[in-house]
Design a protein around this ligand. Structure first.
Ligand code: ZN
Length: 263
């Protein structure tokens, strides 16, 4: 059976284990059911997630001009501390920025290969943790806007990483950490403006990914280079498909690619 569509990050459901769905315009593919089956992926084109044109994808699923012009790709997305909607100041489209930035945000600690600090909208918990392949995570601060979350993250980066090592995450080379005690240690470094929003009494969330075999030397599939790949799916973690031959494919990093899947 052949399915054709533009790649967008997999939808997920927080169950034990996590459930993954690839959503195309006309199809909804439950990826967990494909574990231990052969999948072929073929690159057939590109479709910018904003303008819909068949143009090379520049970043985050957008063509170059959309990436630099669309409000959904402003710098404050990747760098929350640059948010200005709380001051009524526009970056690219103030109405859109107010809608996204002026809502509850969470600063969290997540452990996927090491403990890292991150920011997300409250509505994106635990989706954000699933997308990062974190096996444990905890909220530390809940603030009313993106700016406050951003400056908290920047302050905490001096004491905890803000990066994950995707290879270690995929190899399942991990260490359980006591995130409650990490949270207590970091408390004093939260900036004054955000101190009142510290969350005192919550516990770690644990996440279980559907993986039957972890890669020992993960190699990233570059579909633009090879055009086509076939392999046996062994698991799903973060936004990665993990194959039997140690090939891994990051769906999120390939958003905007139009593919044919032969299942
Ligand atoms: Zn575009």
């Amino acid at each position: 059976m052949i399915y054709k569509g533009v790649l967008t990050k997999m939808q997920t459901e927080f169950l034990d284990p996590i459930q993954y769905y690839l959503v195309f315009e006309n199809d909804f593919i439950h990826m967990n059911q494909l574990i231990n089956k052969t999948i072929s992926i073929k690159l057939v084109g590109h479709q910018c997630l904003s303008c819909g044109l068949d143009r090379p994808i520049f970043r985050q699923g957008f063509c170059r001009s959309c990436f630099f012009e669309q409000p959904t790709a402003g710098d404050w997305i990747m760098r929350p501390e640059l948010s200005t909607a709380h001051l009524g100041r526009e970056d690219r489209d103030l109405e859109y920025e107010k809608k996204i930035q002026l809502q509850p945000h969470i600063v969290y600690l997540a452990n996927s290969s090491n403990v890292k600090v991150g920011v997300t909208r409250k509505s994106q918990i635990p989706t954000r943790w699933i997308d990062q392949g974190a096996h444990e995570a905890i909220e530390i601060v809940e603030v009313p806007n993106r700016y406050l979350a951003g400056i908290t993250e920047v302050a905490l980066k001096d004491y905890v990483s803000d990066k994950t090592n995707w290879r270690n995450m995929l190899k399942n080379d991990l260490k359980d950490e006591d995130l409650v005690s990490w949270r207590e240690r970091l408390k004093t470094h939260i900036p004054e403006e955000a101190k009142a929003y510290f969350i005192e009494n919550n516990q770690e969330t644990n996440l279980v990914f559907p993986v039957e075999q972890y890669p020992t030397k993960p190699r990233s599939l570059n579909l633009s280079k090879v055009q086509q790949y076939q392999g046996v799916l062994k698991g799903l973690k973060g936004q990665y498909l993990i194959f039997e031959d140690d090939t891994v494919f990051n769906i999120r990093a390939n958003e905007g690619l139009v593919v044919e899947l032969d299942l």
